[in-house]
Design a protein around this ligand. Structure first.
Ligand code: SAJ
Length: 431
């Protein structure tokens, strides 16, 4: 296979479609390994920033982008036609859900159509976007074969799930094992050779469907286990047991257990979304994925539960929610990042406002919060205290906050993340 030789010699030219938190680290990793990389994105600002030698993804150092652009091994473009002379096309575009919780493959379809326009013999096309099993075989392959070329012989086609964990200090592109599944053995071999040139461990599997399902298992595993501990939190509250103490003691079990923690709900662009790609597809085969649906329900009720805990706290001071000043501490979807996608803080704030509370927030990572009816700016904890806050609710436990001071200075604190750890006092209400 001539492609294998070009990969081995690093002469293969690589195209990456979608330069976000998945595509950009991949493009830069290939460029730093000596491949010529063309990055295609519809966002002209991203393209201009990259060609200016600057990174907009925290995990990708600007120095790495600057080096690759200066060396001529990385170039970004908004013209998909510039993918015409690449040997490999790696598709890393978003796969969101529609409001109806149905998969939205519109970005994938657009990327595949752009690929079909430049497809030629000997190329390798890989889909990385998280999607339901069957997408590569049923959606991508027919669209690419429409021009007359045959997948598996004229060109190679594979799926390889992205496992990027933004902000993870220990695991970056090179040392996260890469699963690859081709639509035939030659495609698997080509994809394995490509990623093997930049990633330490390659995990070939027998088909694209297996590779698609691997990713969905990984993230459904998280959503269901988070749902389990969220339900346990509600149970423990009813039974007067401290769920955090239970989990901390359970995790001393050196095998057969993995701790998950209750929280205000499920945020991010993976965990709340990926499982519904699987349950949607399962339903097409007449199978009801009950764990996914149930976890979705349990995780989805957590913002309401947080608001009942705020009501419990205010009740202890004989204050209604209506008219109370409630201050939200931390709004990003998880600690120490600025990402607001699907953040449960949005639901908590909306529910509190609906009950008549005057809501403010502090989040140094999110200076402004505009989402639907929510239009707020972050204020300091001092300003919240000065404004006469009745109750604080810790929604996101950024490490930057001084938690003992919060416990000491706010009249009431609802702690949805066990950020106050062992601090116990009448004014602290754990989830
Ligand atoms: N959450 C809990 N309890 C937990 C863990 C998470 O309530 O025990 C909440 C978080 O606060 C957040 C949401 O769930 O709102 C998702 O958190 P996450 O830790 O799963 O972080 P994500 O969304 O960044 O998930 C990514 C995923 N990476 C990929 O899809 C490639 C996931 O597979 C990773 O396992 C996860 O990062 C990780 O381990 O950090």
């Amino acid at each position: 296979m001539e492609l294998l030789q070009r990969i081995a010699d690093k002469r293969a030219r690589i195209g990456v479609i979608g330069l976000g938190y998945v595509g950009l680290p991949l493009a830069v990793e290939f460029a730093r390994a000596g491949f010529h990389v063309v990055g295609y994105d519809v966002d002209a600002t991203k393209v201009a920033t990259l060609n200016g030698g600057v990174s907009y993804i925290p995990d990708v150092p600007t120095a790495h982008v600057a080096e690759a652009v200066a060396a001529g091994t990385l170039r970004a473009t908004t013209d998909a036609g510039e993918l015409a002379d690449v040997d490999v096309i790696d598709i890393c575009v978003p796969t969101p859900l529609r409001k109806t919780k149905d998969p939205d493959l519109s970005y994938v379809v657009q990327a595949v159509e752009a690929t079909a326009k430049v497809l030629r013999k000997g190329q390798l096309v890989i889909l990385e976007s998280t999607t339901y099993p069957g997408t590569t075989d049923e959606v991508v392959q027919p669209a690419l074969e429409a021009g007359g070329l045959e997948a598996g012989t004229d060109f190679y086609l594979a799926f390889s799930p992205e496992r990027v964990d933004p902000g993870n200090p220990s695991f970056q592109t090179k040392n996260i094992p890469k699963v690859v599944g081709g639509m035939n053995e030659a495609s698997t071999r080509a994809a394995a050779a490509l990623y093997g040139s930049i990633i330490d461990t390659i995990v070939p599997v027998s088909s694209t469907r297996v590779a698609e399902m691997v990713k969905l298992l990984e993230n459904t595993f998280r959503a269901v286990n988070i749902g389990l501990v969220n339900e346990l939190a509600l149970m423990c509250n009813r039974m007067g047991i401290n769920v955090w103490e239970v989990i901390d003691a359970a995790k001393t079990k050196p095998f057969g257990f993995m701790p998950f923690y209750p929280g205000p709900g499920l945020g991010g662009h993976c965990i709340p979304i990926d499982p519904f790609y699987l349950s949607w597809k399962a339903k097409q085969s007449g199978f009801e994925a009950r764990f996914i649906e149930l976890a979705g329900q349990v995780n989805g009720t957590m913002p309401e539960y947080v608001v009942t805990r705020v009501a419990d706290a205010l009740n202890s001071a004989k204050k209604p929610i209506n008219g109370a000043a409630v201050h939200v501490i931390g709004v990003a979807y998880k600690r120490d990042i600025d990402d607001m996608r699907e953040s449960p803080a949005l639901d908590v704030i909306e529910l509190l406002k609906r009950k008549g509370a005057a809501v403010s927030y502090t989040d140094p990572y999110v200076p402004v919060l505009q989402h639907g009816p929510v239009d707020l700016a972050s204020i300091t904890l001092e300003a919240a205290l000065g404004g006469g806050c009745d109750c604080a609710v810790i929604v996101t436990d950024h490490q930057v906050f001084d938690y003992p001071a919060i416990a000491a200075r706010f009249p009431l604190v609802v702690d949805t993340r066990n950020a106050l750890k062992g601090l116990r006092s009448p004014n602290i209400f754990p989830l």
